[in-house]
Design a protein around this ligand. Structure first.
Ligand code: NDP
Length: 474
């Protein structure tokens, strides 16, 4: 049977674009549909603008540090509008790069929503139908808000990059990657940040000691981090005076017909506190974009969290349809989506069935300081057998000289039997850069003795990873 193309990709984010380009490089005819901006979450409303904001925010402490080193530098102030304008110019440029890369690879682009209508056919928003031998769904995810009266008043992480002006007071809800990163960024830019996390400690899933140090640093930077706390009720500004702090009437809040446009909010916490803030930012997780693209109709399995169910080759229950990236909710990280896209191309277009390796994926949380992590946490490793823990926490030279009490953490989890390094956890400025390199050794199966026989680079923070001689715990 003749198809209009060999591959139709739905979604122009990191995973979809990489798969489309790699497939086209094999000589396949490829088409791709994207309903929003090319580049997807990572480029347009995630990793890239976030990292630029991390850089912007990190300059705050530089004048005082520089003065301690003898520089005559005044305090200065941050101009959000100037930064935002440059930020969006850069995002436009990157979107253009993505388009050119696709075009240059011979991929036909449709600026349109697309949905599946058949195992081998998609329909564009204008009703045009295109048949394809293979279809790849790479539609990503979107921020999810809690089911809470008044939640429509809040904003999601996508909205942060579009603030007309920075809020003076911001409440962030959540304790994961986005909540913690945004809290550090915005506090650094001069916003007074309060963060509510419902659990006992932020960054669930990361090493306990590392999470503790990040939380301590966040509090030291002025973030009002409240654990064991959530929003009990929220309403528009003024709701406090209107008796909002009396027994909260959910009916009343609902009948206020909270406007879809976000704005100043009054909030009552589960611990009984009342506050007013300029915005409430929900960083309470993300949901796969699997709705309304014709999956159920074709019998493609969708899991409880809305994720497309796939096998180890990213293939759905319909053999011609594959899915990669956040829409499959496996490990929701850009480099993982890209690898899933490349494994798909190897499997389908090179005839080399390639399962995706999701083991020992290094991660970085771009808090200030950053948290870099690969492998098992101390807690998870201890459950599996005898371990040795090597850890050191100290004031790094650069900031200590300037009088800062900030501490860093270097930590290795070692299997007592095999001597393999099972996990490495770093809390420090640039921990993301450090963990990338440490992850190579961990992925190669390096032992503690391999680390030990590696000569230190002096004076650095990371040299501690190869100079820790005695375990602090077993
Ligand atoms: P996460 O899953 O990391 O965190 C969600 C947070 O919201 C958790 O603290 C969770 O609490 C809390 N939460 C969930 N539901 C509610 C609720 N109803 N009320 C109050 N709190 C709630 O999601 P994020 O949105 O932060 O990030 C999504 C994903 O994006 C990440 O998992 C990561 O894969 C990726 N990402 C990666 C980054 C990086 O690599 N640096 C940066 C940003 C995102 P609890 O812990 O109790 O479940």
């Amino acid at each position: 049977m003749a198809f209009d193309c060999d591959l139709f990709v739905i979604g122009g984010g990191s995973g979809g674009v990489r798969a489309a380009r790699m497939a086209a490089a094999t000589g396949a005819s490829v088409q791709l549909a994207e309903e929003s901006r090319m580049g997807g979450t990572c480029v347009i409303r995630g990793c890239v603008p976030k990292k630029l904001m991390v850089f912007a925010s990190s300059f705050r402490e530089l004048p005082s540090q520089a003065r301690a080193y003898g520089w005559d530098i005044p305090e200065g102030h941050f101009d959000w509008q100037a930064f935002r304008s440059r930020l969006h110019t850069e995002l436009d440029r990157l979107e253009g790069v993505y388009r050119r890369l696709l075009g240059g690879s011979g991929v036909t682009i449709h600026d349109s929503r697309a949905k599946l209508v058949d195992p081998h056919e998609v329909e564009l928003a204008d009703g045009r139908r295109i048949s394809a031998k293979h279809i790849l769904i790479a539609t990503g995810g979107r921020p999810e808000r809690p089911d809470l009266p008044g939640a429509a008043l809040g904003i999601g992480s996508d909205d942060v990059f579009n603030f007309e002006k920075l809020p003076e007071r911001l409440l962030i809800v959540g304790g994961g990657f986005i909540a913690c990163e945004m809290a550090c960024i915005l506090q650094g830019l001069g916003v007074r940040v309060t963060q509510f996390y419902r659990g006992a400690q932020i960054l669930r899933g990361f090493d306990e000691e590392a999470r503790g140090l990040v939380a301590e640093a966040m509090r030291a930077s002025g973030i009002n981090l409240r654990v064991g706390t959530n929003i009990a009720a929220m309403g528009p500004k003024g709701a406090l005076e209107d008796g909002f702090d009396a027994p909260v009437s959910e009916l009343q809040l609902e009948t206020r017909r909270v406007p879809a446009t976000a704005g100043p909010c009054a909030v009552r916490s589960t611990t009984g506190e009342l506050c007013e803030v300029d915005h409430v930012l929900f960083a309470t997780g993300r949901r796969p974009n699997s709705d309304g693209i014709g999956l159920e109709e074709l019998g493609i399995g969708i899991g409880r969290r809305g994720q497309i169910e796939v096998n180890e080759y990213s293939q759905t229950a319909v053999p011609s349809v594959y899915a990669i990236g956040d829409v499959t909710d496996r490990v929701n990280l850009t480099p993982v989506a890209i690898r899933e896209g490349m494994a798909f191309v190897d499997t389908v277009f090179h005839g080399r069935p390639t399962p995706v390796d999701h083991d020992l994926i290094p991660m970085a949380v771009f808090t200030q300081p950053e948290l870099g992590s690969v492998g098992l946490t101390e807690e998870a490793a201890r459950d599996l057998g005898p371990i040795e823990v090597y850890a050191t926490s100290f004031r790094p030279m650069r900031s200590a000289f300037a009088g800062s009490e900030a501490r860093v953490l270097m930590k290795l989890i070692v299997c007592a039997d095999t001597r393999r390094v099972l996990g490495c956890h770093i809390v420090a400025p640039e921990a993301g850069e450090m963990i990338q390199l440490a992850a190579i050794a961990v992925k190669m199966g390096a032992t503690k003795e391999d680390f030990d026989r590696t000569c230190a680079v002096h004076p650095t923070m990371a040299e501690e990873l190869v100079t820790m001689r005695s375990p602090v715990r077993r």
